[in-house]
Design a protein around this ligand. Structure first.
Ligand code: URA
Length: 239
C-alpha cells in the first residue's frame, strides 16, 4: 500500500509541472472539406466499434463484460497502442482508464497535449482472463480491427506501449529494451507510406518499475515523438 501511495506521489511529480517552451499553436479552424473528412473518419471508427462490440472471433468474446474498441481523436497525429484491456477497461468499455491509464494521461499532458488530441487503442479488444499475455491466435483474430483503425485515422506516429504492442506492430521478436528509443516503420498497406512507430515502456511496466531511469527513458522517447511532429517540447521542471 505504501508503495502505491509513494508511486502516486512520484507520478504526480514526475510527469507534471512541465513548462511549455512556446505558446500552443493556434488551432486553424478546419474548412468544410476537412470537417467532412473528419466526420467520415468518425463514422468509420464508430462502425468498426460496433463490429468489435459484437465480435466473437475468439474465446475472449464470451468472457468480456465490455469490448474496448478504442477512443480519441479520429484525426489524431499520434495513436497510442497498448496490449489489452484490464479489469477497469473491461468494466467501462474504455481504454486505459485504470492506474496505467492515469499514468498515460500524465504523460500525454506532460507532452503539452490532452487525451482528446490523441487516439488510444489496444492490440486486443477484450480482456484476457487474469490479465494474462495475449495469445497468438487472439492477436491474429483481433489485429485486423486495429489495422483498420490505423488505416482510417492515418496518424503520423504510433506509440507502441510495451513489448506486445511493439512486437505485433513491427512483426518483431526483439525485446522492448531493444525496440524502444528509436523510430521504426509500420507497414500501413500496399500503396500507402509507412507510419513511424516509437516503442516505449508500457505504463503498467513503468508503475511496477518506477525508477528515475525508466521514467527518463519514457520521457526521452516522447520527446523524440514531439520533435518528429514539430511540436514544442515542454521543459521538465527543476527538482
Ligand atoms: N493496459 C493496456 O494495455 N491497455 C489498456 O487499455 C489498459 C491497460
Amino acid at each position: 500500500m505504501e508503495k502505491v501511495v509513494r508511486q502516486h506521489l512520484e507520478m504526480e511529480q514526475f510527469f507534471s509541472g512541465f513548462i511549455a517552451t512556446s505558446k500552443p499553436r493556434q488551432q486553424v479552424p478546419p474548412n468544410q472539406q476537412d470537417q467532412r473528412a473528419v466526420s467520415e473518419k468518425l463514422s468509420l471508427l464508430e462502425e468498426l466499434a460496433e463490429q468489435i462490440r459484437e465480435c466473437r472471433k475468439c474465446a475472449l468474446g464470451a468472457l468480456r463484460t465490455n469490448a474496448v474498441p478504442g477512443e480519441g481523436n479520429p484525426d489524431a497525429r499520434i495513436v497510442f497502442v497498448g496490449e489489452a484491456p484490464g479489469a477497469d477497461e473491461d468494466a467501462q468499455g474504455r481504454p486505459f482508464v485504470g492506474r496505467a491509464g492515469q499514468l498515460l494521461d500524465r504523460i500525454i499532458e506532460a507532452c503539452g497535449l490532452r487525451r482528446g488530441d490523441v487516439y488510444i487503442g489496444n492490440i486486443l479488444k477484450c480482456r484476457p482472463p487474469d490479465n494474462r499475455d495475449p495469445r497468438a491466435d487472439e492477436i491474429i483474430s483481433c489485429l485486423p480491427y486495429l489495422q483498420r483503425q490505423i488505416e482510417v485515422i492515418n496518424p503520423e506516429v504510433i506509440v507502441a506501449l510495451g513489448a506486445h504492442a511493439a512486437r505485433t506492430l513491427l512483426n518483431s521478436t526483439k525485446s522492448i529494451g531493444q525496440l524502444r528509443g528509436h523510430f521504426h516503420e509500420y507497414c500501413a498497406g500496399l500503396g500507402r507510406p509507412p507510419i513511424k512507430v516509437m516503442a516505449t515502456y508500457h505504463t503498467a511496466y513503468l508503475l511496477r518499475n518506477y525508477s528515475q531511469e525508466n521514467r527518463r527513458r519514457v520521457w526521452e522517447d516522447m520527446k523524440k515523438v514531439l520533435a518528429e511532429l514539430g511540436l514544442p517540447i515542454p521543459q521538465a521542471p527543476r527538482r
